[in-house]
Ligand binder design. Structure first.
Ligand code: ADP
Length: 855
C-alpha cells in the first residue's frame, strides 16, 4: 500500500533493501543521529525488536497517528519514519517481559509497502536524501539558532548541561535542526512535520522562529514569576515586622490602651472647662482608634499634651493694695515719679472696675443661674497700659514690678521683627511640626491664666504677604474679643480676658494705628546725667554687686567716678549700657578679690581705665564759632534726643535741591517747604527773585548713620539755606527745633524733653523752640530748666533775627567786605556764580568765621 505524497519536500529514492521490522512509537518521533531510550511492552513490538536485534540490529521506528490505537495498521502510521539502530537492549526488570532499549536514528526513510502484519509489521522503504545547504546562509543560521537555543536552555532550565554542550558542538545545519527539534518541540505531530522536511535550512529557520516565540513566552513567565515572588516577600516581611512590633510593645507594656487611659485620667483631674474637656475626650477617642504606628498618633498626642499643659482655670489671687504697689514700684525704681503715679492710678481704676463688675455679676447671678456659667469671671475692660521710651529706661522692669505689686506671675515676649500672623496665632495642625503661637506658648510658661503679660517692642511689628500680625494682636488685646482668642493650632477658644497686658516700645508713632487706639500711653523720656548717677548708685550697683557675689564695701565707686563713667563710657537715654559697664567692673573686681581676698577696690577717674579700657566718648562740644551754612538742630530718636547739625552749600548749577544724610520722606519735604518759603520771601531777604535757577543747593545732615525723619528740623534747614545764600554766619551757641510752614510760621514739635537733655549734655544753653511748645517746658527737670534759656518763636523771621550773626562781624575779615557797607546790614545774596558789584565771587560752601561770635 503506497501512502500518498503528503510532503512536497520528499524526493523519491530508489527502493531499498529488504523488508524491515517496523515498530510504531506512541507520542514520540526519533530524529537521525539522536538517541532515545524506549520501553517496549507491546507483544508485537517485543518480537519485532528481538528479531531485528538478531538480524541487522536495525529496524524502522515510525509514529502512529493516534496513540490510542492498539494494533495500528498502515493507515495509522505516518509515512515518513526513521531507520534506527539498537544501541543497547535489556529487560526492564526481572519479573517483566518488557524491555528497555536505547536506539539511535540513522536516516529518514519513507515507508513503502507493508509486507506482513503478523506477528509484527515489516515494510519495504526508501531512504530520503536532504537538500544541499549553501555555506554562508547555513553558517549564519547555525549561529543564530545556537544562540537562541542557549537562551532557551537558560530560561527553560529543561536542558541538561551535557545535552547543551553536545548541541553547542554541532556544526551541521541538518543535525542542529534535528537536535533542536527533538529537544524543544514537544508535540508529536509537529515533530513529525520537522522529520518530513528535507530542506535543512527551511527546517532550522522554522525552528528559530518557534524558538524565538518560546523565549518570549518564557521571559514573560519569568517576569511574572519574579513579580509574584517579590510581592509575596514584601507581604511576608511586613507581616513579620508588624508582629515583631506588637511583641515589643507588649514587652514594654506601652500599649496604646494604657496610654489612652492615662490621658483620660489626667484630663479628668485637670479640671478643664466642660467644652474643652469634651473636645479633649473626642480627640482621645480618635487616638484610641488609630493604629499604633500611624504617623498621626504623634501629632495628636502632642496636641493633647498642649491641652494638658495650658492653664485653663488656674489663677493667682490678686493683691489689690495700692500702698503696697507704690512701695514695690518705689523700691525697684528711682525717680519716674510721674510714671509710677500713672501706673498706680491705672491699677486703682482697674481695681474699681473689677469690684464693680463683680458686684454686677453677683446681682445677675441672683436672678439668673446662667450668669455664673463662666465661673463668675470678670472681664476687665479698659485700655492697655503702654510704656514708651528709649531702651534701658526701665520699661521691662516696671512691668515686672507691676506683676510683683499685684502678686501675679510675669511673662514677656518680644514682638520685634514679628511679621507673620502665624507667630502670634500659631500654625494649623496640618503643618509638619506645627506649634501654637507665641501668646499660647507664653501662657503655658505662665502656668496661670491671669499673669502680667509684657508685649515688648510693639512698635517693631511689621506686616507682609504672610498676614498682618497686628490684626492678630488686636484680637489678643481687645477686651471685646480676647475672652475667646483662638489659636490656629489649638482650635479652641482660650480666655485671655484676665491677663494684664502691658505693651512697651520706643516710638509711639510706629505702633500700628488700630493697636495704638486701645492703649493708654505712658512716656518715659531718657534720664539726665544726675538721674543716671543716682540710679546707678542706688539701684544698679547694689544689684550688680549682688549678682557677682560682692559686698558693698568691697567695690566702691564715688559719685565723681560714676559721673565719669556715665559721660565717657556711655551715651544713651537709658541706663542699660551703664549697667553693663558696672557689671564689667564687678567681673574684673571679682577676679582681683578672689586672687587677694582682703582687697578693697575703690575706683577713681585714673584707675577706671584698668576696668573699662580707654574711654569711649570724649566730652561733647558744641560748634566753636559761627559758620556760614551750618546750623545746629535737635532730633528725637528712639534712643533719646540727639544733636542734628545741618550743612548747606551752594554751587553753580541748574536750580537743583539735593538733600542727603539718610533722610526720610518727611524731612525731604520739610527741606522743600523751607526752600519755597525762602523763594517767596526773596525780596525781603535781599535775594534775586529767581535765585535758585543757576544755583544748586545741597543740604546734608551728617550726623552718623541714624535714619532721620520728622519735620522738626524745618527751621534749622531753612536757616542754614538762608545763611549759605546770604553768607551770613549762624550763631553756634544755640540750637533749635521747629517745623516750618510755607508762610514761615513755626509749628510745635515733639520730644522737647529729650532734645533739651541732648543739648544740655553738649553744653548748649540756649534753645529756640516753637511757641506752642512752651507748655511742655514743665516736663523738663527743674534743675536743667533753670540752667537753660528758651526762646519761643512763632515765625521764621524771629529765628533769623536770633540766629544769624550781624553781618559786620564777619565782614572785618571775610572776603565779602564790599557788601558790608549797606546799611542797615540786610541779608545779602552772594551766590558763587553771581558777581556782586563786579567782584569775583567768594568760594562756595560753609565758611568758618575766624571770630567767636558775641553772645
Ligand atoms: P527697657 O525695658 O526700657 O529697655 P529695662 O527695664 O530692661 O529697660 O531696664 C534696664 C535696666 O535698667 C534694668 O536693670 C532696670 O532695672 C534698670 N533701670 C532702668 N530704669 C531704672 C530706674 N529708674 N531705677 C532703677 N533701675 C532702673
Amino acid at each position: 500500500m503506497a501512502p500518498g505524497n503528503e510532503h512536497r519536500d520528499i524526493i523519491q529514492q530508489s527502493a531499498e533493501a529488504q523488508p524491515t521490522p517496523l515498530v510504531l512509537l506512541k507520542d514520540a518521533v526519533i530524529f537521525p543521529r539522536m538517541r532515545m531510550n524506549i520501553n517496549i511492552g507491546r507483544e508485537r513490538s517485543l518480537v519485532a525488536v528481538k528479531d531485528a536485534r538478531a538480524g541487522s540490529g536495525q529496524f524502522i521506528a515510525g509514529s502512529q497517528r493516534q496513540s490510542s490505537v492498539e494494533n495500528p495498521g498502515p493507515e495509522d502510521a505516518f509515512p515518513i519514519a526513521t531507520l534506527v539502530e539498537i544501541q543497547s537492549f535489556e529487560p526492564r526488570d526481572e519479573n517483566s517481559t518488557a524491555i528497555q532499549i536505547v536506539i539511535e536514528g540513522v536516516k529518514r526513510v519513507r515507508l513503502l509497502d507493508w509486507v506482513q502484519q503478523e506477528p509484527y509489521p515489516t515494510v519495504t522503504w526508501e531512504a530520503l536524501t536532504e537538500e544541499e545547504v549553501p555555506a554562508a546562509p547555513g553558517k549564519a543560521l547555525l549561529r543564530q539558532a545556537q544562540s537562541l537555543f542557549d537562551r532557551f536552555a537558560t530560561l527553560s532550565r529543561r536542558i541538561g548541561t551535557e545535552e547543551l554542550e553536545s548541541v553547542r558542538e554541532i556544526t551541521d545545519v541538518s543535525h542542529l535542526a534535528d537536535a533542536i527539534a527533538s529537544h524543544v518541540v514537544t508535540e508529536c505531530e509537529l515533530q513529525q512535520e520537522y522529520l518530513s522536511m528535507l530542506n535543512p535550512l527551511d527546517r532550522l529557520e522554522k525552528l528559530c522562529v518557534s524558538l524565538g516565540n518560546e523565549i518570549e513566552i518564557l521571559e514573560l513567565e519569568n517576569k511574572i514569576r519574579q513579580r509574584v515572588r517579590q510581592q509575596v516577600d514584601k507581604n511576608q516581611r511586613e507581616y513579620y515586622l508588624k508582629e515583631q512590633l506588637r511583641a515589643i510593645q507588649e514587652e514594654l507594656g506601652s500599649d496604646q490602651a494604657s496610654e489612652v487611659r492615662e490621658l483620660r485620667e489626667k484630663m479628668e483631674q485637670k479640671n478643664l472647662p466642660p467644652e474643652i474637656l469634651a473636645r479633649a475626650n473626642k480627640e482621645i477617642d480618635r487616638l484610641e482608634r488609630m493604629p499604633a504606628h500611624s504617623a498621626e498618633v504623634g501629632v495628636l498626642r502632642n496636641y493633647l499634651d498642649w491641652i494638658l499643659a495650658l492653664p485653663w482655670q488656674e489663677v493667682t489671687e490678686d493683691r489689690l493694695d495700692m500702698a503696697h504697689a507704690q512701695e514695690v514700684l518705689d523700691a525697684d525704681h528711682y525717680g519716674l515719679e510721674k510714671v509710677k503715679e500713672r501706673i498706680v492710678e491705672f491699677l486703682a481704676v482697674r481695681q474699681l472696675r473689677i469690684q464693680q463688675e463683680q458686684r454686677r455679676h453677683q446681682a445677675t447671678a441672683h436672678d439668673d443661674e446662667h450668669a455664673t456659667k463662666n465661673g463668675g469671671h470678670t472681664n476687665h475692660k479698659g485700655p492697655i497700659l503702654c510704656l514708651i521710651g528709649p531702651p534701658g529706661v526701665g520699661k521691662t522692669s516696671l512691668g515686672r514690678s507691676v506683676a510683683q505689686a499685684l502678686g501675679r506671675k510675669f511673662v514677656r515676649i518680644s514682638l520685634g521683627g514679628v511679621h507673620d500672623e502665624a507667630e502670634i496665632r500659631g500654625h494649623r495642625r496640618t503643618y509638619v511640626s506645627a506649634l501654637p503661637g507665641r501668646i499660647i506658648q507664653a501662657m503655658k510658661t505662665a502656668g496661670v491664666r491671669n499673669p502680667v503679660f509684657l508685649l515688648d517692642e510693639i512698635d517693631k511689628l511689621t506686616s507682609d504677604y504672610r498676614g498682618d500680625p497686628s490684626a492678630a494682636l488686636l484680637e489678643v488685646l481687645d477686651p471685646e474679643q480676647n475672652s475667646t482668642f483662638t489659636d490656629h493650632y489649638m482650635e479652641l477658644p482660650y480666655d485671655l480676658s484676665e491677663v494684664f497686658f502691658i505693651c512697651t516700645g520706643n516710638n509711639r508713632y510706629q505702633i500700628p494705628r488700630a493697636l495704638a487706639d486701645r492703649m493708654d500711653v505712658v512716656e518715659i523720656p531718657g534720664y539726665t546725667e544726675e538721674e543716671k548717677i543716682e540710679i546707678a548708685r542706688t539701684h544698679l550697683l547694689p544689684k550688680v554687686l549682688g549678682e557677682h557675689g560682692l559686698g558693698k564695701s568691697q567695690v566702691q565707686i564715688p559719685v565723681n567716678v560714676m559721673r565719669f563713667i556715665v559721660n565717657r563710657y556711655t551715651r544713651e537715654a537709658g541706663v542699660r549700657n551703664l549697667e553693663r559697664q558696672l557689671a564689667t567692673i564687678c567681673r574684673k573686681a571679682a577676679l582681683r578679690i578672689v586672687q587677694k581676698p582682703n582687697a578693697r577696690i575703690r575706683l577713681s577717674e585714673r584707675n577706671v581705665e584698668q576696668y573699662l579700657g580707654v574711654t569711649r566718648y570724649s566730652p561733647d562740644k558744641a560748634l566753636e564759632y559761627g559758620q556760614v551754612g551750618v546750623a545746629t538742630g535737635l532730633a528725637w530718636t528712639s534712643n533719646g534726643g540727639a544733636l542734628l547739625p545741618v550743612e548747606v552749600v551752594t554751587m553753580p548749577g541748574k536750580g537743583h535741591l539735593m538733600v542727603t544724610g539718610q533722610l526720610g520722606d518727611v524731612m525731604q519735604e520739610s527741606a522743600r517747604a523751607g526752600l519755597s518759603y525762602i523763594r517767596s520771601r526773596a525780596p525781603e531777604l535781599n535775594l534775586p527773585e529767581n535765585f535758585p535757577d543757576d544755583l544748586d543747593i545741597h543740604i546734608h545732615l551728617p550726623e552718623g548713620a541714624i535714619p532721620k525723619d520728622g519735620p522738626s528740623a524745618g527751621i534749622t534747614m531753612a536757616l542754614a539755606i538762608i545763611s549759605a545764600l546770604t553768607r551770613q554766619p549762624i550763631r553756634s551757641d544755640l540750637a533749635m527745633t521747629g517745623e516750618i510752614t510755607l508762610r514761615g510760621r513755626v509749628l510745635a514739635i515733639g520730644g522737647l524733653k529729650e532734645k533739651t537733655l541732648a543739648a544740655h549734655r553738649v553744653g548748649i544753653r540756649h534753645l529756640i523752640i516753637p511757641e506752642d511748645n512752651v507748655k511742655d517746658l514743665a516736663e523738663i527737670p527743674a534743675r536743667i530748666r533753670e540752667e537753660m534759656k528758651f526762646t519761643p518763636v512763632a515765625t521764621m523771621d524771629q529765628v533769623l533775627k536770633l540766629a544769624l550773626m550781624p553781618h559786620k562781624q564777619v565782614d572785618r575779615k571775610g572776603p565779602d567786605a564790599k557788601v558790608t557797607h549797606k546799611s542797615p546790614p540786610p541779608p545779602v545774596l552772594v551766590p558763587t556764580e553771581v558777581t556782586v558789584e563786579g567782584e569775583m565771587p567768594p568760594p562756595a560752601g560753609p565758611e568758618p568765621a575766624t571770630e567767636t561770635p558775641a553772645i
